[in-house]
Each structure stands twice: as structure tokens, then as C-alpha cells.
Design a protein around this ligand. Structure first.
Ligand SMILES: CC(C)(COP(=O)(O)OP(=O)(O)OC[C@H]1O[C@@H](n2cnc3c(N)ncnc32)[C@H](O)[C@@H]1OP(=O)(O)O)[C@@H](O)C(=O)NCCC(=O)NCCS
Length: 187
């Protein structure tokens, strides 16, 4: 079952924090950091949904407006490792995309780090020709960019060395609503 994450629900906050600390131990390994992050997801117009099985959160997705109401940033997306490849992330993404559109969003974007040499972008000096490197990207080890591509996101840029030498951030985005046409039928 999917539901909106609410700060009133202590149990959901705790089990969402556990997902974050299990999936991203380098950022949220300490419980208080994970709890703080979960609380932040609901602040400042943020929207977050959780996927709950037997009263325990097994997946989380969040988004916040960053460019007025039109451009929204997705963060975080995580599914418990025992529940992956069952369509939970895809379902959470549909839910958050619809919620963002409801709030006036037209584009949803995200940064997906490659800190552990999981794509071809981390095996070269990206500053030399970033656009060519994006065109030829390869997934070496289940990096989530392939998941996002499957649901309509495109790589729109990279930040070389964002997480250290040859550890880029990969930016992806999806247009959420049809672009209106002008009188001449062109966008
Ligand atoms: C990425 C993640 C959220 C996917 O969750 P999930 O619930 O397993 O994804 P789904 O089952 O909805 O997958 C939907 C599709 O994407 C594919 N997919 C899922 N993860 C994938 C990956 N890492 N690489 C390639 N394809 C992937 C699935 O096979 C499925 O394809 P299909 O529709 O053709 O069968 C999950 O692996 C995860 O939590 N990873 C760690 C955290 C993370 O990387 N978050 C993203 C940070 S930017």
C-alpha cells in the first residue's frame, strides 16, 4: 500500500529512516541523521510517499520544488533490498510524478551519483568531453540510471568529480506534462 509520509506517524518515520540508513549507510548510517532527513522530506512544500507492507515501510520517494513550482527535485528514492524488482520503485515514481504535476510541476529531475565506479563515466576524465561520454554511457554494475531511463528519464548533464576524483553526479530529468503548442502547431 502507498501512503503519504506524515510526521504524525512515528512508526513510519522510524521505518523510513531504517531504509535510508540501510540503503545509504555512507550518508545516513547514524540513526539521528536518517530521522532528521526523513523529517526534512516533509518540510518546505516537500512531498513524500512510502510503500508499506505489514505496517513497515519498504520504499520511500520524495520531491521538493526548487524552481518556483515548475522544476522539482526528486530525493530520495530507495527500496528495501529484499523487496526490489517487484515494481515498487516504479509505482512510487508514478505517484510522486502525479503529485508534482498536481502542484504545477512540469519537470522532475535528480542527481544520481556514481561514487563506486558503476558506470563508464567514472573510468575517464569527464571534463575532456562530457557530452560524448554521456552519449556512450555504459552500466557496469546495476547503477540506477538504467532504472530511470526505463521510466522515461534522460541524462541531461553530469558534474565531474562531484564526489571526488572520477566520482561524478549524473543529472537526469523527465518532462511530466505535454508541452503546449503555439498557434502554428509548433512547441
Ligand atoms: C533503484 C531502485 C530504487 C529500484 O527499485 P525497484 O523497486 O527494484 O525497481 P522496480 O522493480 O520498480 O523496477 C522497474 C524496472 O527497472 C528495472 N531496474 C530496477 N533497478 C534497476 C537497476 N539498478 N538497473 C537496471 N534496471 C533496473 C527493473 O528490472 C524493472 O524493469 P522492467 O519494468 O523492465 O521489469 C532500488 O534498486 C534501490 O533502492 N537502489 C538503491 C538506492 C538507489 O540507487 N536509489 C536511487 C538513487 S538516485
Amino acid at each position: 500500500m502507498i501512503k503519504r509520509l506524515s510526521l504524525d506517524q512515528e512508526n513510519d518515520i522510524k521505518s523510513t529512516a531504517k531504509i535510508l540508513s540501510d540503503v545509504f549507510p555512507w550518508s545516513y548510517g547514524e540513526e539521528y541523521r536518517a530521522i532528521d532527513e526523513v523529517k526534512r522530506l516533509c518540510e518546505d512544500d516537500g512531498i513524500a510517499y512510502v510503500y508499506v507492507v505489514d505496517e513497515t515501510v519498504k520504499g520511500i520517494v520524495g520531491a521538493k520544488p526548487q524552481y518556483g513550482s515548475t522544476g522539482w527535485e526528486l530525493h530520495p528514492l530507495a527500496v528495501d533490498k529484499d523487496y526490489r524488482h517487484q515494481g515498487i520503485a516504479k509505482t512510487l515514481m508514478s505517484k510522486i510524478e502525479a503529485a508534482v504535476v498536481d502542484k504545477g510541476g512540469i519537470v522532475l529531475y535528480l542527481g544520481s551519483d556514481d561514487e563506486h565506479f558503476r558506470t563508464s563515466l567514472s573510468s575517464i576524465d569527464l571534463f575532456e568531453d562530457p557530452l560524448e561520454a554521456i552519449k556512450n554511457i555504459r552500466n557496469y554494475s546495476d547503477h540506477p540510471f538504467t532504472f530511470y531511463e526505463k521510466i522515461g528519464y534522460k541524462i541531461v548533464g553530469v558534474l565531474p568529480d562531484a564526489n571526488g576524483w572520477n566520482k561524478p553526479d549524473i543529472y537526469m530529468a523527465k518532462r511530466l506534462v505535454k508541452r503546449p503548442l503555439n498557434g502554428d502547431g509548433k512547441p
